[in-house]
Design a protein around this ligand. Sequence first.
Ligand code: UDP
Length: 415
Amino acid sequence: MKYRVAFLSLHGCPVARLGEKDTGGMNVYLKETAKHLGKLGIKTDVYTRVHDLNDEEIISLGINARVIHIKAGELSHTKEDLYHTGPEFVGNILRFQKRENIEYDLVHAHYWLSGYPGIELSKLWASPLVSTFHTLAKLKLKAKVGEKESEHRISSESETILKSHGIVVSTESEVSDIKELYFKVNENSTNFKIRVISPGVDLDVFKPGDRSAARNKLGLTKAKMVLYAGRLEPLKGIDIAIEAVSKLDTQEIVNLTVVGGDSTSEDIVLELKSLAGSLGISERVKFIGSISQSELADYYRAADVLIFPSYYESFGLVALEAMASGIPVVASRVGGLMDLIKNGEAGYLVPFRCAESFAEKLEVILANPSLQEAMGESANAIAMKCGWEDVAKNLAKFYMSLSSEFSLKLKKSSK
Ligand code: UDP
């Protein structure tokens, strides 16, 4: 019988359209890890809530991997309402599992909203629980003044940390963050392990290419181009990107292209457009909206440099994708970006969230084509070691070690 894993992702569907208000890195992570675990022979079911009436109940992600849409709450529910739908999610997963007559060897819960379902199903199925938070409330609160997170998110994260048999994080810095911010809450807990397994990048999609060919394909001008890609939210610091571009002191015109956002981002786009207007660079800032990853790959190839001025990033897949595409990255020195970008090699890490510092580093790259090329090559060399195949292999090893420890403990306790 094959090893079988249940991914729980109450909020965050692997096949949802990316770059919108609530869809980004976690959705990509779920899809790619499930797909590659499946290729390794581990049957992986990703349970997520029905979020669109057109969604089929079961969608295949390839061999041994599928998405299962489970009813939890109403379609109109926003992310903030979903916490209370946990019991319904669990009940409907159990019904599906019984109907299909399947058993799971391990539960992997993603994001804090899947914490409660993870704890419940791990108990009911007597299988180990692995948790990945993708972002943590206390880190977001620490990163930017004005961020708001609910009390039940914080207590749910603490409880899930306590009750998980394993925790997968993206970077070493997240290990220290969890220990510093959450471990004290659970000082007596000795029964969980944290494992660093960094996310990957699809190296078939994100690869270097001819810049002017990509610009022609996208109908862009020959002007230099700084790119931002990702969800449009204040934590991403897009205002800093606009200000930085307005401060550039370069010989040539430099445009900023902003990829991401949907109809719910209209307000933030209006604010950003008005900022660009007040800085006198309206015609140099273009908002593209959200696009598919294959189209985004063309934007990376067309760009001179990626700007990533986030206040906080637990990992920052966009930076890795740009690196795989052979362009340098100028990013904030925060979270996962500190581990990913070697300062001065694949781009620059900027310690302060201030536009001048970003502009200075962008200028250095834009004014030195040979440096830009060398950094792009280094970036690509780093990214080439980060395929999803290896991520899945590392996850599989972690699952197996937890499963054998768990069954040993079960045997001991039944004696
Ligand atoms: N993305 C996309 N289309 C867009 C904007 C973003 O496909 O219009 C994808 C991008 O390729 C990346 C993900 O969304 O894989 C964003 O992940 P990241 O970790 O950078 O940010 P998060 O959403 O996790 O904050």
